[in-house]
Each structure stands twice: as C-alpha cells, then as structure tokens.
Design a protein around this ligand. Structure first.
Ligand code: AMP
Ligand code: FE
Ligand code: FE
Ligand code: ZN
Length: 290
C-alpha cells in the first residue's frame, strides 16, 4: 500500500465485521495515508462507530458512522450502504441485531455443510477469528485456510463457500428494497455498493430510487474506466449521488487499499444534505451530482 490515497473513503470494514483491523487501527491507517473523511461501513453493525469517531477526533479524520447491508433476492449481490446513522438508535440496533443473529445461524449451517462434505472446521475457531464481530464467510474462509483444506483464503471462497459452491447457504435477511427503506426510516443516506455484483441492475435501480435510494457507488477498485463511465451516466439518469470507496478489509483479494478509490469532493456534503432532507420529512429529491 504505497500508492498515495484519495482524501475520502466511503467504504471500509473493521474487526466489528469482517475486516482485520480494530476500528481505531483503521482510523490510524487512514490518517497515515492522508484520508481525512472515512466511512466505517461494517456489515450489519455500528459497534465500531464510537471508537472510530473518538480516534478520528484525535487524528483529524472525520468518521462517518455507516453500515453495509447485504441482501437476499433474485438480484444477486445487492449491498446497500447506509451513511450518517445514529449508533444510539435503538430501533435501528434491533434490526441490525436480527441481521447479525441470522449471520450467526447461517455460518453454523455452512460449518455443518463443510463437515458433511469432508472439510471440517470448528465453529469455536470461526468465532475466535471473528473476535466478536458480525460473523461472515470471510471468517469461515480463514478457518478453512488454517485447517489446510484450501491453499489460500480466496480459494476457500472460489471452491467451497461462494454462491453456487457446495457449502453455500442462502442468507435470511432483507431484500434490497427493505434495506433502502430501513436506512431511509432511520434518517440515513443510502448508496448501492459495487453495482457490478447486482444481477439485473437496470431493473432494480428504479425500484430502489422509488424506495429512497440516495446514491450509487460509482468509484470502486474493481471498476474499469468504461464501467465507471457507464455507472456515472446511470447515476445521473436517476439523480443519484456518486459515491466511492475502497471496500478495504485487509484480507484476501476482495476490495482495495484504504483510500484507493476516487470520490468527488461534493459527495460527502451531498449525502449529508440528502439525509437532512429525508430527516426533515420532505420528499427525497432527485438530484444531479457533480
Ligand atoms: P457474507 O456476508 O457472510 O455473505 O460474506 C460476504 C463477504 O465476503 C463480503 O463482504 C466480502 O468481504 C467477502 N467476499 C465475498 N466474495 C468474496 C470472494 N470471492 N473472495 C473473497 N472475499 C469475498
Ligand atoms: Fe465484507
Ligand atoms: Fe459489499
Ligand atoms: Zn463492503
């Protein structure tokens, strides 16, 4: 990670979900790399927000409390980012807790499948790897690697636990529309993460916009220049704010280095004002973004 970083990163994970750094360590890395605004967007939890914000105040990094909601539907991997959420919102926390409980059960089922398929891993070890964070397949992939069943973390995904792989178990959780509605209800601004993983993007997008979607992750490490241009045009057609982020986890080939994705300077203020308008009870406007 020697390349210079962009000053805004709106997609990053810590140990509170499937990243490898403590929230404070993530913020310290951001500061070191010159990232001055960072969204901590752990999967289904705001547990790292307070620690990250406190550390950001010391180090001059503005930390935006966020979550990433992975959804289950016919639209493939539709992940919704929610920004400017309140870590003390009990109603939101109740929903997130339900999602995390479902994550736990799903991993238990995958551990059972792996056992049956001849790739035993211990659930206790998976929990140890997660260190109390929202459980996910990355923890399982790590355990599979440690047990010697695969040659690399990424190989575990490809051969055993990816969608359509033999040990995979479907998620019980929100649909993409429910995820956007939850963020809107709780006063946050939303963005559709890495839209390339959605199956049927052009069909899904207008529905999400009707539900109150505010932005789309146009800038992402795995996006080619052509795909980025296509997404920019699509976002403009729907009046969506152009967001971007690294999806830094610190493990495997998934995501990029902290601050590796360009994000327009106007994005954070646009998300903030979109969220205020939603919070004020006014209709979600269709806006054009720089
Ligand atoms: P889960 O939330 O349990 O379904 O796990 C999804 C997470 O696994 C994503 O948030 C990524 O962090 C990671 N991931 C998904 N696909 C891959 C892949 N092909 N290789 C490595 N990591 C992946
Ligand atoms: Fe992840
Ligand atoms: Fe994602
Ligand atoms: Zn992510």
């Amino acid at each position: 990670m020697t390349k210079p970083a962009y000053p805004v990163d709106l997609h990053a994970h810590s140990l509170r979900s499937d990243g490898v750094l403590e929230p404070a360590e993530l913020v310290a890395l951001a500061a070191e790399r010159g990232v001055t605004a960072l969204a901590l967007s752990d999967h289904d939890t705001l547990a790292g927000a307070a620690e990250a914000i406190a550390s950001g105040e010391r180090l001059g990094v503005r930390v935006i409390p966020a979550v990433e909601l992975n959804t289950e539907s016919e639209f493939g991997d539709a992940h919704v980012l929610g920004y400017f959420l309140d870590p003390h919102d009990d109603a939101l926390e109740a929903r997130l807790r339900w999602l995390r409980e479902n994550r736990g059960r799903r991993i238990e089922l995958m551990v059972e499948n792996l056992q049956r398929l001849g790739y035993p891993v211990s659930l206790a070890r998976v929990l140890e790897i997660a260190k109390g964070g929202a459980l996910g397949r990355p923890h399982l992939a790590q355990a599979l690697f440690e047990a010697g069943h695969v040659r690399s973390y990424d190989e575990a995904f490809d051969t055993l636990i990816a969608k359509d792989a033999p040990a995979y178990v479907e998620r019980v959780g929100l649909t993409p529309l429910e995820a956007v509605r939850l963020i809107v209800e709780r006063g946050g601004a939303s963005s559709l993460a890495h839209p390339g993983t959605v199956v049927g993007l052009r069909e899904l997008l207008p529905r999400l916009v009707d539900a109150g979607l505010t932005g789309m992750e146009v800038y992402y490490p795995e996006h080619s220049a052509a795909w980025t241009a296509e997404l920019r045009a699509l976002a403009d057609a729907f009046g969506l704010i152009h967001t971007g982020g690294s999806d830094f986890h610190g493990r495997g080939e998934h995501g990029g280095g902290l601050g590796c994705a360009y994000v327009p300077a106007a994005t954070v203020p646009a998300l903030e004002s979109a969220r205020r308008r939603i919070g004020a009870g006014t209709a979600v406007g269709r806006r054009t973004t720089p």
